[in-house]
Structure formats: structure tokens, C-alpha cells
Design a protein around this ligand. Sequence first.
Ligand SMILES: Cc1ncc(COP(=O)(O)O)c(C=O)c1O
Length: 366
Amino acid sequence: MLQPHVGDSLDVLDTPAMLIDLTLMEANISKLMGCFRGSTVHVRPHLKTVKSAALARLLLAAGAVGGCVAKVSEAEVLVQDGIDDLLITTEIVGKPKLERLVRLVQQSSHIKVVVDSVAGAQALNQAMHAAQQHIDVLLDLNVGQNRCGVLPGDEALRLAHALRDLPHLHLRGLQGYEGHLQHIHNPEERAQRCRSAMHLLTETARQLKEAGFAIEIVTTGGTGTAEICASCEGITEVQPGSFVFMDVDYRNAIGPIYANALTILSTVISRPTPTRAVVDAGLKSLSTDSGMPEPKGLPGVTYQPGGDEHGILRWDARAGLLNIGDRLELIPSHIDTTINLHDVYYAHREGKLEAIWPVSTRGKVQ
Ligand SMILES: Cc1ncc(COP(=O)(O)O)c(C=O)c1O
């Protein structure tokens, strides 16, 4: 296959292909980073969205203090690529993962991980002890998402006290991610519920400090709440990820604050009727867990998956709107799960390829 090169027009790309509109993405990054310039609250973007060392470097250059990852395997790739100040935001449990984490800590002393149980912390301490290593840990607090996380207040205090007996773990702070609030459509309700969740987090941080624990990091927030979190006293860090590209689901929830900068370029391969066309992008190119992708610049045209490899477009009024061979961009409904389906990003400015970046942590789910 002919390889596309920087400088080529998008016409040379085979489809489906994942595109970044650089102008829009750069505006998203500078908008979010601009909100925190001069503030004491740092930005540690969640790299589970972009899954790319190249994009992590762009975010660091824009002022990020480091990155978050969800998985040890993501951290392994990024550390190899020189991005080593990483917070792993998921509890690490089980011998294989702990062994990988030990190797990671041997490569970077800036790896941090969350814990939410005595059993988990003991196993982590034992693994670090066996390798004569230490690791910075944050208590993962349940501020209402009811996923992982120890309860705020006394339970968190009990866990912090238990960590005192585990000398290979250094308690540095708290994480309290309010993922259940990110997509609340009503901005007042989102802000009000976010402030209540932040109160649980900052109040627990205060209690821990009062009990003598050195709590330096209090980290939280996503694209839908980062600014609200940062306005709450005691928060030191926010971890948004989706703002870089956005998606249909997020835009419908929080409005067009950030632009939809990522699309999947596809080709019409069949047009069985004047109001129905089929593109070469199905479930293996576009996720649908958060609704349907949206054809860009084609109001009134709807997309639905037609199986693994096909997407079906329908429209009513404008018969013959799309023809065989036409190319169109589809805006994903959920970028995290869509990006993980692709090998590379084709980054362009006004249709001219400016960079080709591997999705370097693609498939890194362990
Ligand atoms: C722990 C944690 N922090 C931050 C984020 C980033 O959120 P968003 O993509 O909504 O900006 C996520 C996303 O799932 C997350 O799980």
C-alpha cells in the first residue's frame, strides 16, 4: 500500500481513517490550559483518551504537570517514550500487574498509583518490599460515583492509618473522581452536585492533614467539571481527558465549549436507494456505547452501524445527497472507545497532513 506522507492531502488516505483537525484540537488545548494559567491548580490530563505519547508531549508542552493513565500497560508504553510523571488512576491488584508495576517503578520514580483497600495496599507494599522499591500512593475516595474508592471521612482515615504500617508506600494525597457528574446536561445541577462531591474530597483531605498526614495532591475532575472542581478550595489538580477531541455525547451534554476535533473519514461503498448509503466504517471503526456517531456537515443524515465493517446512512428529503465513492467524516459519539480501535492518527490542517502519530497505547487494557 502507498504510505501517506506529511504534506499529502487527505485524498491519499485509505478509509476508514482517524483524522485530527489540528486547528480545532490546538484551540481546545489552549482553551482548557488557559483556564488554569496562573492558578495554583495543576492540569494532569487523563491520557486514556488520547492514548498517544506524541499527544502527551503536546499536552506537557502546553503546561500539563504530568499525565494520568488507567492501566499499567499504558504507563509502560509512555515511560518507554520518556513520559514518566504518571498517576495510574485504577487500583492495581494481582501478581502479574504488581510485578509489572515494580518494573515500572524501577524505571521511573514518578509513578503514582491509587489504593482503596488495606488488602490492596498490603499486596502492593509486599511487592515493593520484595524489590526494595517504594511507590507514591493516593487514597482513592468514593465521592458518589460508586465505582472504586474508600468512603470519605472515617473510612479513609482508617485506611490512611493502616498505610503507616506499610513502609514501602508513601501516602501523597487523595483522588476523588466524580465521573457520574461529567455528562449532566443542566449546568447548574452539574455545578451544584460537583461542589457537593468536592466537599467530601476536600473535607477528607482536611481531616487527614489534621491527623498528621502530608496530603500534597488532591486530584479530581473531568472535561465536564474541571473548572468547577478547580474553584473549590483544597483541590490541587484536575484530570480532564476528553477536551482534547470531544465527541457527540459530551458536546450534547456540556455544549460546544470545546470543538469536535476528531473524526473518522469513511467512504460510501454502496447506495442501494436514493435515501440510503453504506459506508466502510462499522463497529470496528466507531464505537456506539454512548450513542450514534454524527455525519459531519450533513444535517439530517443519520448513522447507524450495519455490522462490524459497515455503517448505514439515511436521510429523507434530499434524495441522491450521497453517491458511491463520496468521502465523509463521522464524529464519534465516544472518543475513548473509538480511538482504541485505530492504529494511527492522521493530523491535518485544512486538509493537508501535518503529522502521522501512532495510537501508542492502543489495546493496552491490562
Ligand atoms: C479517573 C478519571 N479521571 C479523569 C477522567 C477524564 O474524564 P473526561 O474524559 O471526562 O475528561 C476519567 C475518564 O473516564 C477518569 O476515569
